[in-house]
Design a protein around this ligand. Structure first.
Ligand code: DGJ
Length: 753
């Protein structure tokens, strides 16, 4: 609900549990008054306190003590009387950059409009959200900033974006246009970020906020493995289950900035948006520029409360299409099984074996096209390599369909290898700067998606392949960051638009292809999780979480990812040991239990399994099918953090609380470990739950407040290769606590009354 109080000129954005309040001052300045727990009041004038902070601050309109810097701003510019980090920075035709934006008008509408050319959250009908648009104008220059706030009542979120409108007769240059800014009149916060690297994505880092600026950003042309477009400020006492959290997440896949600044008076500023670094955009007279969307979430129920809001909102009002609400298939991917070394006999053998296990989808990864027998060539030549797959794609797909499996295929459409037919024909189709080296990564260059011809070519070649056979899944990969960012088609004064124009081109391609093939399940990938961001999720409802498939590494990666992203969006596979990324040897059952933290699959050579492993896979697949609904559509609770100790645990609870799946891991063996019990969160305390392993019946309250006993040994342990163990459990799936490293255990609890 959005309320405007005419008398006090106050906007009150009320979602289920939170309030966001702004006020227009007499001189037209838009102040941010409050964001937090829901308030009844509409008028918070007492928050506006003028104070003489000392002689250094300039007076706005030369009114004594009226410094913008001492007041919380809603969307600050720079160069007037607030000299903190701005949200917007422009260069006018006269070369100056001071701005002075003041309120002109506003309107409140039902629903939410689409963002031109950009991914965004959406409403299914107008009653789900209200949108407030506030127009501010720098009248000396006739440039407007339109702030848009959509309040999603049922989801407890605010979606914000900004439009710059050039109403002057001159061309202006946009140098910075962030999507959200919030000023707090205090600094008792810690900051949470998701950071890492390739194969180590989205680890949780928590640090105190200190005086000055602290930011995370990407300059890589993608949201990146290194940082995620997310930032939360939390109270020092905030835990998983309690305490305040203020979070921002950006629906964008390119360079971003998430920034904080604690000023000299102890006020904190929090911002998120496109990275101003190496960005400039010429806006001609009459033109508009649309920023990406930022999602704001406030929770007073700790990090779990925040995650539930993001996970629910992103799975229902960001992800879209046929697969949004559908159970996702269990897949086998041939990448770690064969890498480039396969032919159709090998592929069919793996698929045949998969079909006997009840696996539902076969995914043919890199290497099926052009002359690609290694990563040195052929990206861009999306024509099947009949030397490897004789008879072509359709024949192979039909045969795999006949085995009872769906068929999926890998592409890396944004790239071109210098050794390719495409590059020979169009050497100007890649990002590059004339006279400079074209730096290769993995022997590839990036296609210039600022060029419409290039985008349309990609749409055509990908569509041709998708139409050529019964393809029901696509893995869309992207394996390098941008260097020498320049476009042959843009004039010199627009070269710094390239990285953002690339994203607009990418979104156009993704939008067109996913709309053309609405029944195909798309999974995005970027060397694993290099572009695990809300922008891509708007088109592709799952993402390959990381190239690291080691079960222990995955505990951290999946745990961190769950802070913002729904588990249904996380691709998680069981792979072979020694693990290909870290050489660790973990038990088969542990690998299964870790991968059951998301969207399940296998990525190993199924034709080279021991009998014990075969038995395990069959049982795991059957078990995952039983729990799939709870994992993919339930609520996720983090119980024990891999960033804080040796033991890790999480729970999924179905929305109606009738079922729960609890997973526990002990990373390193301990001599004589303490008894461990796990208090489960999110159950119905008044219900009775049966443990499917032992048939023991527990009260929901007992499970929540006394806890489940973690067994310290289980008779009949399984061996590393999956042999041994006991068969009775979950139709044959072994759930061992192994007396050694990398132990894991899983429970399935069903409510019986
Ligand atoms: C990187 C991906 O993350 C892998 O899963 C695999 O698809 C390779 N690319 C193929 O080149």
């Amino acid at each position: 609900m959005i309320i405007f109080d005419e008398k006090s000129k106050t906007f009150h954005l009320k979602s289920n549990k939170s309030s966001y309040i702004m006020k227009v001052l007499d001189r037209g300045h838009l102040l941010h008054l409050y964001w937090g727990h829901q308030l009844r009041a509409d008028n918070l004038d007492y928050i506006v306190r003028l104070k003489d902070w000392g002689s250094f601050l300039a007076n706005t309109d030369n009114v004594e003590k009226f410094h913008l810097e001492s007041l919380p701003q809603e969307y600050p510019g720079y160069g007037s009387t607030d000299l903190r980090a701005p949200a917007v920075e422009l260069e006018y035709a006269d070369g100056t950059s001071a701005t002075d934006f003041r309120y002109v008008s506003h309107k409140i509408i039902s629903g939410k409009q689409k963002l031109l050319g950009l991914p965004a959250t959406y409403v299914e009908n107008d009653s789900e959200a209200q949108t407030l648009e506030i127009i501010l104008c720098d009248t000396a220059k006739s440039v407007e900033v339109i702030l848009s706030f959509s309040v999603f009542d049922g989801y407890d979120t605010i979606a914000r974006s900004v439009k710059i409108v050039n109403k002057s007769t001159d061309t202006i240059k946009i140098q910075r246009v962030l999507s959200a800014n919030v000023d707090f009149k205090e600094n008792k916060f810690e900051m949470i970020q998701l950071s890492g690297s390739w194969a180590r994505e989205r680890h949780i880092i928590r640090t105190p906020l200190r005086s000055g600026g602290q930011c995370i950003e990407s300059r890589r042309g993608a949201s990146s493995h290194a940082q995620n477009p997310f930032l939360a400020l939390i109270r020092p006492e905030t835990t998983e289950q309690s305490g305040e959290v203020y979070a921002m997440s950006l629906v964008y896949s390119g360079n971003f900035l998430a920034n904080t600044e604690v000023d000299m008076y102890g006020n904190s500023r929090m911002q998120i948006g496109m990275n101003p670094f190496d960005f400039a955009w010429l806006l001609e007279s009459g033109e508009e520029f649309q920023s990406p969307e930022a999602i704001l979430v406030y929770s007073d129920k700790g990090l779990t409360g925040m995650s539930h809001v993001f996970q629910n909102f992103y799975s229902k009002r960001l992800m879209r299409g046929t697969w949004r609400d559908k159970e996702r298939p269990i897949l086998i991917n041939n990448w770690e099984a064969t890498y480039f070394d396969f032919n159709e006999t090998k592929i069919k053998a793996i698929a045949k074996q998969a079909s006997t296990f009840g696996i539902e989808l076969f995914v043919l990864d890199d290497g099926w096209f052009g002359e690609r027998d290694s990563d040195t060539c052929s990206l861009g030549d999306w024509f099947v390599n009949e030397n490897k797959l004789s008879g072509g794609l359709k024949k192979l797909v039909d045969e795999i369909n006949d085995m009872g499996l769906k068929f999926g295929i890998w592409f890396e459409p944004e790239m071109v290898c210098p050794i390719s037919k495409l590059y020979t024909m169009h050497p100007d189709w890649c990002l590059h700067i004339d006279g400079r080296n074209r730096s290769q990564a993995r022997r590839q260059l990036i296609l210039d998606l600022t060029q419409k011809d290039v985008c349309d070519y990609i749409i055509k070649v990908v569509s041709d392949v998708l139409k050529s056979a019964n393809i029901e899944y696509v893995k869309w990969d992207m394996n390098r960051n941008m260097t020498e960012i320049g476009s042959a088609k843009l004039p010199p004064q627009r070269q710094r638009e390239t990285a953002h124009r690339y994203m607009l081109g990418l979104y156009y391609i993704m939008d067109t292809i996913t709309a053309k093939f609405p029944d195909i399940l798309f999974e995005s990938c970027s060397g694993g999780g290099g572009r695990f961001d809300p922008g891509i999720l708007a088109y592709m409802p799952q993402t390959w979480t990381s190239d690291d498939t080691d079960a222990m590494e995955r505990l951290k990666i999946q745990y961190g990812t769950s802070l913002v992203y729904p588990n249904i969006a996380m691709g998680c596979h069981v792979s072979a040991v020694p693990n290909h990324q870290v050489q660790r040897v973990t038990p088969f059952a542990t690998r299964g239990i870790a991968a059951m933290g998301g969207n399940y699959g296998y990525e190993l050579d199924l034709t080279k399994l021991s009998d014990g492993e075969k038995r395990q896979i069959k049982a795991q697949v059957a078990f995952y099918k039983e729990i799939r609904k709870v994992i993919q559509f339930g609520e996720f609770y983090r119980l024990k953090s891999p960033f804080e100790g040796n033991e890790v645990a999480w729970t999924f609870v179905s929305k109606d609380k009738s079922e729960a799946v609890v997973s526990f891991f002990r990373q390193s063996a301990e001599p004589n470990p303490n008894f461990t019990s796990l208090c489960i969160v999110g159950l119905d305390p008044n219900g009775q739950y049966q443990d499917r392993l032992t048939d023991t019946i527990y009260g929901g309250d007992e499970l929540m407040y006394v806890g489940l006993n973690v067994p310290d040994t289980v008779s009949g342990n399984v061996n590393i290769d999956g042999s041994g163990g006991r068969d009775k459990l979950f139709a044959g799936m072994v759930s061992p606590i192994i007396n050694g490293d990398y132990a894991a255990f899983i429970w399935h609890l069903k409510k019986i009354q």
